[in-house]
Design a binder for this molecule. Sequence first.
Ligand code: F42
Length: 149
Amino acid sequence: LPRHAFDREYEPSPTAWVSEQVELYESSGGTQGTTLRGLPVIILTTRGAKSGKIRKTPLMRVEHDGRYAAVASLGGAPQHPVWYHNVVAEPAGRAAGRPRQARHGRARGHRRGEGALVGASGRRLPDYADYQRKTEREIPVFVVEPDDR
Ligand code: F42
């Protein structure tokens, strides 16, 4: 889809600090709003499984073998974030990741029980290990492939 098609159907997150981060990231061409508590983020774009609206979700930029791992942690909440279901329904999303360079990627399929990736992200971003301990569900991890690979 051309970029304007995404933008026309874009529905900002109802969570103000989240939609403000996306707004800042995009209006600055990926030079501001690039971190959360000092750690880099990506902006994952999905289509709402029910509404068909374009949703943009900041996520931690967990790098793994030149790819990103999108971790559906939601702070260790008992349920998956809504964007998880959007990715399952339509795996081809987009991710803008690098400041200045605006790398886009595609989420290609999700992998359950991705022990290695959760381990890797857990080491890099210790919060994820804490989140996993908080919840009964297995926190899903998606592999987000940059387009330039
Ligand atoms: N969340 C994470 O899970 N992992 C992270 O690593 C992470 C990092 C992060 C960094 C910066 C930042 O600003 C936020 C970060 N977050 C992270 C939070 C993340 O951006 C999301 O806010 C969070 O994961 C919650 O995602 P969510 O999809 O559950 O969002 C809710 C609040 C939401 O927007 N809901 C919408 C709504 O209107 O209530 C619906 C969105 C939607 O896709 N709806 C579907 C549709 O079809 O449009 C269907 C809804 C249905 O009924 O099924």
